[in-house]
Write a protein that binds this ligand. Structure first.
Ligand SMILES: Nc1ncnc2c1ncn2[C@@H]1O[C@H](COP(=O)(O)OP(=O)(O)OP(=O)(O)O)[C@@H](O)[C@H]1O
Ligand SMILES: O=C(O)C1=C[C@@H](O)[C@@H](O)[C@H](O)C1
Ligand SMILES: [Mg+2]
Length: 178
């Protein structure tokens, strides 16, 4: 049976995992964690620095360790890194230890949202839109397969998205808000 005490947000860069995750945690009075932030706190360096020093594989190893550690905690909301679903071991941790919510946003909107951000090494390329489309093509089916809930997010504001998410969570038969 699904563990509904924890909520795990997955989706591409800029999907709103951190933003919505903080709002959810406040609403349900749960602790909020962000796997990217937790990795930065633990290592004392930024994600671009880890990519530079250890490559993407090195970052993914750290990410897997962190996902395993954080998903064992009770009563949390976790914003995962955009690539956290790529490894099967991470997907299993997420699916077995909480409700997995995929925030689906189109690549066009995602690029608009992340345009000015230098903290996402995968998007520091000549054509970020093409890169986002490529990532979307590979990952969208993986997010969908991993998720218990798929939330279609369009151009509506944060407040609307948050309410849609609450509705979807409340529809889960075993979901307990408290
Ligand atoms: N529902 C929303 N509507 C409009 N803008 C949003 C929404 N959610 C997030 N944003 C904006 O999009 C940007 C990216 O959001 P956020 O940092 O929460 O994404 P993320 O999924 O955590 O990305 P990453 O995987 O890179 O950490 C922010 O500027 C945020 O204000
Ligand atoms: O989509 C990705 O692969 C990534 C997303 C970010 O959250 C970070 O975890 C990192 O920049 C990699
Ligand atoms: Mg984030």
């Amino acid at each position: 049976m699904m563990n509904t005490q924890n909520i795990f947000l997955v989706g591409l860069m800029g999907a709103g995992k951190t933003t919505l995750g903080k709002q959810l945690a406040e609403h349900f009075q749960r602790h909020f964690y962000d796997s990217d932030q937790a990795i930065c706190d633990k290592t004392g360096v930024s994600i671009p620095t880890i990519f530079e020093l250890e490559g993407e594989d090195g970052f993914r190893d750290r990410e897997s360790g962190m996902i395993d550690e954080l998903t064992r905690l009770p009563n949390i909301v976790l914003a995962t890194g955009g690539g956290a679903v790529l490894r099967e071991q991470n997907r299993l941790c997420l699916q077995q230890r909480g409700v997995v919510v995929y925030l689906h946003v189109s690549p066009e909107i995602l690029v608009e949202r992340t345009r000015h951000d230098r903290n996402r090494p995968l998007l520091q390329v000549e054509d970020p839109l093409q890169k986002m489309r490529d990532l979307y093509q590979v990952r969208d089916p993986i997010y969908r397969a991993a998720a218990h809930i798929v939330l279609e997010v369009g151009t509506e504001n944060h407040y609307m998205t948050f309410n849609q998410l609450l509705n979807a969570l409340n529809k889960l038969p075993s979901f307990q808000a408290a």
